[in-house]
Write a protein that binds this ligand. Structure first.
Ligand code: PLP
Length: 294
């Protein structure tokens, strides 16, 4: 059985010149209590995270995940993470992983109330089984995200491009999708622009081109989408970041939710309207996503 793993990081300053950070890691029992009750990550969701897919011990797309962690830290006024320190922590977590699919989580929290430093930790655990979603596909409903497409630029304090720990809204949207008889949700801005799913990016196929909503729309820039676009371009397909009207989704020639652990799940319907599934392309895309990627 795949094992669980956890280590706490003593965060180094971004300009720390050390090359070996082993002494800044404390491996802990992943099933034992570890956080202070004063943790601002748990009290306020005040922190950021990343979820990295691990396949047969290989952590996927570590560089893009660390870049996004640094971007989220900057948006949240958290100290810049020392990327080499995090890279070494990820390597240690990946070395604990056995065969099959696991997920490594990186967490950087504001720290303990009245405390001096941020807290940081890394975990590894078996991934949920997404094989049925990858083959049978998923039904989605579109849900109003509650802000218009001007909000990310007008109100940066909403932290719309940061992967913060405040996922209660995202989880509520998935529950609402279930209440409506669907498997997942796709957020739409109040002025009708397609955004992202609560835990995934959206990719549409329109003929021989693949389109995804532009990250400036107040969504995360997905590492899976980024990697998949590079792969599709290498196969000769055109790709584009665009402002996509919500009305384009049910008219797509195919569409997927993609994320680091789920990989690519084809959409079978949007708000009850069936959309075509390209089973062959989906299978080949998931084979690519399961291959070692850096
Ligand atoms: N958008 C949101 C809101 C997410 O939570 C995630 C992943 O968790 C993604 C997009 C996809 O990002 P990635 O492909 O890096 O996993």
């Amino acid at each position: 059985m795949a094992s669980r793993f956890a280590l706490v990081i003593d965060p180094a300053a971004a300009d720390d010149l050390r090359t070996d950070f082993a002494e800044t890691f404390t491996v802990i029992d992943p099933s034992a209590p570890a956080l202070s009750v004063g943790e601002l990550s748990t009290q306020r969701g005040d922190g950021i995270f990343e979820s990295i897919g691990v396949v047969d011990g290989h952590a996927q797309e570590v560089g893009p995940h660390l870049e996004r962690l640094a971007h989220s830290a900057s948006l949240c006024d958290l100290p810049a993470p020392h990327l080499e320190q995090w890279r070494q922590a990820i390597a240690q977590a990946a070395a604990s992983a056995g065969a099959g699919e696991q997920v490594i989580k990186l967490i950087l929290s504001r720290g303990i109330e009245h405390g001096p430093t941020p807290t940081a930790w890394v975990t590894a655990a078996p991934a949920a089984d997404f094989s049925a979603q990858r083959t049978a596909g998923i039904r989605v409903v579109t849900l109003d995200r509650g802000f218009d497409s001007g909000a990310p630029a007008r109100a940066p304090w909403l932290l719309l491009g940061a992967k913060t720990l405040s996922y209660a809204v995202n989880m509520a949207a998935i529950r609402e999708a279930h209440r409506r008889g669907a498997d997942d949700a796709v957020f739409v801005s109040s002025d009708g622009v397609l955004l992202e799913a609560p835990t995934a990016s959206v990719i549409l196929r329109q003929g021989d081109r693949f389109v995804t909503p532009a990250p400036g729309a107040g969504i995360l820039h997905g590492t899976t989408q980024l990697s998949l676009f590079a792969h599709l371009e290498a196969l000769g397909f055109a790709t584009a970041y665009e402002t996509v009207p919500a009305s384009a989704l049910p008219r797509a020639d195919a569409a997927w939710l993609v994320s680091s652990v789920r990989l690519a799940a084809p959409l079978t319907s949007v708000d009850g309207t069936a959309i075509p599934v390209d089973a062959e392309l989906t299978a080949s895309v998931n084979r690519y996503l399961l291959s070692p990627r850096d």
